[in-house]
Design a binder for this molecule. Structure first.
Ligand SMILES: Cc1cc2nc3c(=O)[nH]c(=O)nc-3n(C[C@H](O)[C@H](O)[C@H](O)COP(=O)(O)OP(=O)(O)OC[C@H]3O[C@@H](n4cnc5c(N)ncnc54)[C@H](O)[C@@H]3O)c2cc1C
Length: 447
């Protein structure tokens, strides 16, 4: 192990009274004792004490995973109070931040220094540590998941040691911990390789699914960031492309941004979902109207403001990363499933693309991926839908997003990840007493 552990200050007060926790979607709940360390020494002390007493700790982010990956009934370690000013090396574009910083805080910080993350997912509410721990990704064939932007990590292992890892220091830990499922240690600090701040031109337009599938290679290769949404019960999709441009010369008027992103995408869509939940027979019509109601629009803005939007309509989600060539077959299977379900699907299906990376538990490990994300409105049945799609996706060598609902276990996941055994070996070394285990890691990694 490298890095000297701090002497260890007083242990942060483990509040005796357990408190309730639930994730964003409200489908995971638990009561646990919260612990809120303020510095690295307090993390070390807490982990050592927990290890000595045979207790379990779960580091948590902002609760935006749909799985029980962040759920614990023992000690819930919240990292939002971890202090330490960010360190910005503007020349090398390297930025070091406390692990509990949210993506929106990080994006603002980077913008102040005329920097940005090269790519982002759909929202910015997650913490950086939470986002990278599950392989959170956006879209763009030239990009891997957010974890690929990590240059260095500082983590507290299960034996309470501070370990710094990077491509040159403990490279095996670095390959494992960048998508570590919270199973290898508490990440306390993250160093990110950023890029110069950039402007994106967003272009959104309705299209026919068949046309988009026919033009897929051009759409993927010809845009920095390309994705589409398929509307169940229709042949229609909404295509979104984001491309880098030199100037922010076509900003969206405030009223239009509010109309599209707040009123239509959240308020009207929320009302449509509530209607569909009470009157399922109208769902195919709602889906068809939604597909037609979305008009073409184009605008420019700061990169993170294009990538990320507010999601206020609550849903549950499963997402599978697939070898890209398997997408048409997976979509065809999904359409058959949707048509045959005894209930209706109220949410569009999101399709995204990433390039290969070399992170052991990344969904994009060593292959070009297409991601298929399926959603269901809260309060509607989701499991039969998700299980049916999982059967297809698993057969196509799919890898489930660690933060989104899935039903796989260690035995079925191991063959999908060529470096699975190597990850387990690093885990055995870093957390021999399984301080960071929970029911989710028991299921997907084994005990
Ligand atoms: C509305 C919505 C939109 C989303 N959009 C996308 C998207 O576009 N792309 C995508 O890929 N995913 C997306 N997600 C999924 C989300 O990005 C991931 O589930 C992410 O992990 C959530 O981050 P979090 O901070 O909430 O972490 P949590 O869900 O709280 O925790 C996730 C994991 O991180 C671990 N963890 C947290 N902090 C630490 C730490 N300091 N050290 C070690 N481990 C830690 C936890 O133990 C847990 O294993 C979305 C989710 C929602 C609800």
């Amino acid at each position: 192990m490298s890095g000297r552990a701090p002497a260890g200050g007083p242990a942060p007060a483990v509040r005796p009274t357990p408190t309730g926790w639930s994730n964003w979607a409200g489908n995971q709940r638990a009561t646990a004792s919260p612990v809120r360390p303020r510095d690295h020494a307090e993390v070390v002390t807490t982990v050592r004490a927990a290890a000595a007493e045979g207790r379990r700790i779960r580091p948590v982010g902002s609760g935006h995973s749909f799985t029980d990956i962040a759920r614990t009934t023992d000690l819930r370690m919240e990292l939002d109070a971890l202090t330490g000013p960010p360190r910005v090396d503007a020349e090398r574009r390297l930025v070091t931040v406390p692990a509990g910083i949210t993506l929106w805080q990080l994006n603002d910080l980077l913008a102040e220094h005329r920097l940005a993350l090269p790519n982002l997912g759909d929202i910015d509410s997650q913490t950086i540590a939470g986002a990278i721990s599950t392989g959170t990704h956006g879209t763009g064939a030239g990009y891997g998941c957010l974890s690929t932007f990590v240059e260095e990590l500082l983590l507290v292992t299960g034996t309470g040691e501070l370990l710094r890892c990077s491509a040159s220091q403990h490279p095996d830990v670095f390959a494992a911990a960048r998508v570590g499922l919270g199973a290898l240690g508490v990440i306390v600090e993250v160093t990110l390789r950023c890029v110069d701040a950039f402007v994106l031109r967003a272009h959104e337009r309705p299209a026919a699914l068949a046309d988009v599938l026919a033009a897929l290679p051009d759409l993927i290769g010809g845009n920095d960031h390309f994705e589409f949404y398929w509307f169940p019960y229709t042949d229609r999709v909404q295509v979104k492309t984001n491309n880098r441009v030199p100037a922010d010369d076509r900003p969206l008027p405030r009223w239009r941004a509010w109309l599209d992103d707040e009123f239509l995408s959240n308020m009207v869509f929320g009302a449509a979902c509530r209607l569909g939940r009470t009157a399922p027979a109208v769902v195919p019509s709602i889906s068809a109207i939604s597909a037609r109601a979305l008009t073409e629009r184009s605008y420019t803005a700061r990169s993170d403001r294009v990538f990320c939007t507010a999601r206020r309509v609550r849903f549950t989600e499963m997402e599978y990363g697939l070898p890209r060539a398997a997408l048409p077959e997976a979509l065809a299977g999904l359409r058959r499933i949707v048509d045959g379900l005894p209930f209706k699907v109220l949410f569009p299906v999101e399709v995204r693309f990433t390039g290969p990376d070399d992170l052991w538990l990344s969904h994009g490990y060593d292959r070009e991926s297409a991601y298929l994300a399926i959603h269901q409105y809260v309060g509607m049945p989701d499991e039969p839908y998700f299980r049916a799609f999982e059967a297809i996706a698993a057969d196509l060598a799919g890898r489930p997003h660690w933060g989104k609902l899935h039903y796989r276990d260690a035995a079925s996941l191991a063959p999908a990840y060529p470096r699975f055994a190597d990850f387990l070996a690093v885990r055995d070394r870093l957390d021999p007493g399984r301080v960071f285990a929970n029911a989710y890691t028991d299921r997907v990694l084994g005990g």
